[in-house]
Design a protein around this ligand. Structure first.
Ligand code: PRP
Ligand code: MN
Ligand code: MG
Length: 181
């Protein structure tokens, strides 16, 4: 396997920039949820790093649960038809849910997931996402907490994969075309 750094054409965010942004978002979430008992819902597998670091910047205690979902259809892009591979262990009735995601690309996964969790009787469902690609949006998703808006490029690292690789990079970078072409 090649050196992962050599597979990036550009570093978009360093570990320090990511951590500063997550601390900033956590401070806002702490204030917004004061006196409540939110449930953080991480979307496997990409959100693992964001969940780990964002949740540890929170001053409030927060519960944590996980879902794994998969888009139907051929190709690498989501189709909007989502299948639950691993469901929550938590009953959402009356809960304030905060979905934790690494990236919003087409928006199809989050759009479906937000509606799905709302339909379970949650008191509120909001989203925190480290990254968002506005130019790639196929559906508008109301995302309350966004780290960075980025161009529509193939980004990897900090949980984001290409064919299950590069998730363990500490920063986020653009995948060099020679890797996938
Ligand atoms: C990626 C990413 C988001 C989703 C965003 O997950 O982690 O969950 O795609 O895409 P969308 O906005 O176009 O729906 P992926 O399905 O690759 O699974 P993974 O988290 O296991 O990598
Ligand atoms: Mn994902
Ligand atoms: Mg992926």
């Amino acid at each position: 396997l090649s050196d992962v750094q050599a597979d990036l054409s550009e570093v978009l965010f360093t570990p320090e920039q990511i951590d500063d942004k997550l601390a900033e978002l956590a401070a806002v979430v702490d204030a917004d949820y004061a006196g409540r008992d939110p449930l953080l819902v991480g979307v496997l597998k990409g959100a693992v790093m964001v969940m780990a670091d964002f949740s540890r910047h929170l001053k409030m205690q927060a519960r944590m649960d996980w879902m794994a979902v998969s888009s139907y259809g051929s190709g690498t892009k989501s189709s909007g038809v989502v299948r639950i591979l691993k469901d929550l262990d938590t009953d959402l009735h009356g809960r304030d849910v905060l979905i934790v995601e690494d990236i919003i690309d087409s928006g199809l996964t989050l759009s479906w997931l937000k509606q799905n969790l709302q339909s379970r009787g949650a008191a509120s469902v909001e989203i925190v996402a480290l990254l968002r690609k506005p130019e790639a949006a196929k559906v508008e998703v109301d995302v309350k907490y966004v780290g960075f808006d980025i161009p529509d490029e193939f980004v990897v690292g900090y949980g984001l994969d290409y064919d299950e690789r590069y998730r363990n990079l500490r920063g986020v970078g653009v995948l060099a075309p020679h890797v996938y072409s």
